[in-house]
Design a protein around this ligand. Structure first.
Ligand code: FE
Length: 135
């Protein structure tokens, strides 16, 4: 990978607070969830890459983005093996949490109700993403 995929990025929480906006910090470092339809990428249909807002790692491309109607940016598959899954039993639910493999930032959740061959829906907070247009 061009930007050194396997390397971990492990910063003290104080440094994350300095680097990230309060909204990004809440999602990435405190596993927060932005309100539905509030994020800036929900309706983004441009062609490009979605990178981790914490560390810049490539997470998704626009090819796998689709409109799930959920109110959060939704993808059918990650761009590479840069996402790790964790069991999440918070809020009385049994869910699969997805995090960035490089910086361990919380991204969102993975649900088995997606379209197409994967049948997966990666439900991701806009605040965890940094979109870069292809142009
Ligand atoms: Fe990251």
């Amino acid at each position: 990978m061009a930007d050194g995929g396997e390397q971990r990025m492990d910063l003290p929480e104080k440094e994350w607070r300095e680097r990230l906006s309060p909204e990004q910090y809440h999602v990435l470092r405190e596993a927060g969830t932005e309100p539905p339809f509030a994020g800036r990428y929900v309706h983004n249909h441009e062609t490009g890459e979605y990178r981790c807002a914490g560390c810049g790692e490539l997470l998704f491309t626009s090819d796998s983005k689709y409109d799930s109607g959920s109110g959060w940016p939704s993808f059918t598959q990650p761009a590479a093996s840069t996402i790790v899954e964790h069991a999440d039993t918070s809020h009385g639910m049994r869910r699969v949490e997805v995090r960035c493999a490089k910086c361990d930032g919380h991204l969102g959740h993975l649900f088995p109700d997606g379209p197409g061959p994967t049948g997966l829906r990666y439900c991701i907070n806009s605040a965890a993403l940094d979109f870069r247009n292809d142009k």
